[in-house]
Write a protein that binds this ligand. Structure first.
Ligand code: ASP
Ligand code: MG
Length: 449
C-alpha cells in the first residue's frame, strides 16, 4: 500500500489531471491511496472570494466556470456538485452578513477546493474503468483540535483511520481519493492544516495505515541541492533524513509542508518526493537514513523577508535571568522566534515578517537597546559535517569574495545546519556562489589552493 499525494500544480487543468490519473493507474498494483490538494490556484481564489464577500460581494462565477470546464473536458457530470455549490454560496452569504472573514468561515470556505478536486478526480478514474471513491478527510477519521487555520490533528486520528479502512474498505476494491489540507474539529466545524497542508494529510494517512511509502508528487525531480530557479544545475538528492528534510522545509525549501515529516518519522514510513512530469525518476527518499556523501553536505536554502532583532543590555552583564526576562516578553506577545545567537548581555534573533515589532520594541526598550532590521534573509546550509574546517573556510571565502557582511550566524544544536543572516538583496548571489564552491567539484578546490 502506498499514499500518492498530488498538489495544485499537478492538478491545474484537465490535461494535468489526466496525467495524474495515468500515473495512478501505472501504480495500481501498489494499492494506492490518493490524497489531493485543490485544483491549482483555487485555494487563493477562494480566499479572494472570501475577502470580497466580507466587503459585500458574493461571486462564485469564476469558481464554477473553472470546475465546470474541467468536468466538461473529463466527461464528469457537473450536476453532482449542486449540493456543494449551494453550501459554498451559503458560506459566502454568511461572510457577507458578518462583514468580516473570520477563521471559522474561512476554513469552511477553503475546504471547497479539495472537496471539488477529489470528486472530479475520483469520477474521472471511474471513467477510465477504475473503481474509486472520494472521501472528505473527516469521513475517514481525521479530526483536529478546536482552533482554526493551521490547526493540529488529534492523536486518535491514527487509530480511527486504521479502523475505518480495516472495517469497511480493505483490501481496496475502490481507490480512495481523500481531501488533503482540510479536516473537522470535535465541534464538527471544518478546519484546515495550514497552507500546503495536503502533504501533512498524506503523511498522516500513510503513517496511520503503515504504508510502504508516502509519495509526494511535485514538478521537480526531488529535493535539490538548491532552489533550481537560482541554481539551474542544482543536483537531486537521492536520500536524506527526516531531520534534514525538516530543517530544509523550515529554512525555506519549497518542497514539503514542514510538519509533514513528523508523523512519518514517528511511524518510520519513508516519504518519496517524485516528479509528475518525469514519473520514471527515482526522486528523493526521506527516511531515517541519509546518504553519507564525501562532505555530508545536502542543500542550501534561503528564507527571505526576515526581521533581525538585536537586543543589548549592558547593565545585565553578570546578572542572571536576562534571557528569561526577554523571552517572557516574546511569550506574552505570542511571538515565535526562529534563530537565536547570544552573548553575555546581548541577543540576536530572527522573526517572521508578519510579527508586529512595534509592540515588541516598546516592551524590550524599557531595559534594553533594541535595533531592528527588516528585509533580511537566512541562508542555510544543511547536512552533516558542515563544521569541518574545509567547509567553513569555503563558506567564509564566499562571503569575502562576494563582499557580503554576515549579520548573524546560528548553528543548530542537532549539528545538521548552519545559518547566516544577511541582507536580502545579496541572498541569490550568495546562494549561487556557495553552491559553486561547496557542491561543484572544480570550483570547490579553488579556495584551497
Ligand atoms: N490547497 C491548499 C493550499 O493551497 C493545501 C495544499 O495545497 O496542500 O495551500
Ligand atoms: Mg500545494
Amino acid at each position: 500500500m502506498i499514499v500518492m499525494k498530488f498538489g495544485g500544480a499537478a492538478l491545474k487543468d484537465s490535461q494535468s489531471i489526466k496525467n495524474v490519473a495515468k500515473i495512478v493507474i501505472q501504480n495500481i498494483e501498489h494499492d494506492p491511496i490518493i490524497v489531493l490538494s485543490a485544483v491549482g490556484g483555487v485555494t487563493d481564489e477562494l480566499l479572494d472570494m472570501g475577502m470580497q464577500a466580507s466587503h459585500g460581494a458574493v461571486d462564485v462565477k469564476a469558481f464554477i466556470e473553472l470546475h465546470e470546464k474541467i468536468c466538461g473536458e473529463l466527461d464528469v457530470d457537473f450536476s453532482i456538485f449542486r449540493p456543494l455549490l449551494k453550501e459554498l454560496t451559503g458560506v459566502l452569504s454568511d461572510i457577507k452578513s458578518l462583514g468580516v472573514l473570520r477563521l471559522v468561515e474561512k476554513d469552511a470556505l477553503l475546504s471547497f477546493g479539495e472537496r471539488f478536486s477529489v470528486r472530479i478526480f475520483s469520477k474521472y478514474l471511474e471513467n477510465m474503468g477504475i473503481k474509486s471513491r472520494a472521501y472528505d478527510s473527516w469521513e475517514i477519521g481525521i479530526i483536529t483540535t478546536p482552533s482554526h487555520s493551521n490547526t493540529k490533528i488529534l492523536h486518535k486520528t491514527y487509530k480511527d483511520i486504521r479502523k475505518f479502512f480495516e472495517t469497511n474498505h480493505m483490501p481496496f476494491w475502490e481507490i480512495p481519493v481523500i481531501t488533503g489540507f482540510i479536516a473537522k474539529n470535535s465541534k464538527g466545524e471544518i478546519t484546515t492544516l495550514g497552507r500546503g497542508g495536503s502533504d501533512l494529510t498524506a503523511s498522516i494517512v500513510g503513517t496511520a495505515l503503515k504504508c510502504e511509502e508516502i509519495q509526494i508528487w511535485k514538478d521537480v525531480d526531488g529535493i535539490l541541492s538548491a532552489e533550481p530557479s537560482i541554481v539551474p544545475n542544482a543536483k537531486v538528492l537521492r536520500r536524506i533524513s527526516y531531520r534534514e528534510a525538516h530543517e530544509l522545509a523550515f529554512f525555506g525549501a519549497k518542497i514539503l509542508h514542514p510538519q509533514s515529516m513528523i508523523p512519518s518519522k514517528k511511524g518510520n514510513i519513508p516519504i518519496r518526493v517524485k516528479n509528475f512530469l518525469f514519473p520514471d525518476g527515482d526522486g528523493t527518499i526521506i527516511s531515517d537514513k541519509t546518504d553519507e556523501t564525501e562532505e555530508g553536505l545536502k542543500s542550501l536554502t534561503c528564507r527571505k523577508d526576515i526581521t533581525l532583532v538585536n537586543i543589548e543590555s549592558p547593565e545585565m552583564i553578570g546578572e542572571y535571568g536576562y534571557l528569561a526576562r526577554i523571552f517572557a516578553i516574546f511569550k506574552d506577545l505570542k511571538i515565535s522566534v526562529d534563530l537565536i545567537a547570544t552573548s553575555e548581555a546581548s541577543i540576536s534573533l530572527t522573526l517572521d515578517n508578519t510579527v508586529n515589532v512595534e509592540r515588541l520594541i516598546k516592551r524590550l526598550s524599557s531595559f534594553s537597546e533594541v535595533k531592528v532590521r527588516k528585509k533580511m534573509a537566512i541562508v542555510s546550509l544543511i547536512g552533516t559535517r558542515y563544521y569541518s574546517p574545509t567547509i567553513l573556510s569555503k563558506i567564509f571565502y564566499v562571503f569575502h569574495k562576494e563582499g557580503v557582511n554576515v549579520e548573524m550566524i546560528s548553528q543548530g544544536a542537532s549539528k545538521i545546519n548552519i545559518a547566516f543572516v544577511i541582507d536580502e538583496i545579496y541572498a541569490d548571489k550568495v546562494i549561487k556562489a556557495l553552491h559553486k564552491y561547496l557542491f561543484e567539484k572544480e570550483k570547490s578546490l579553488e579556495v584551497m589552493r
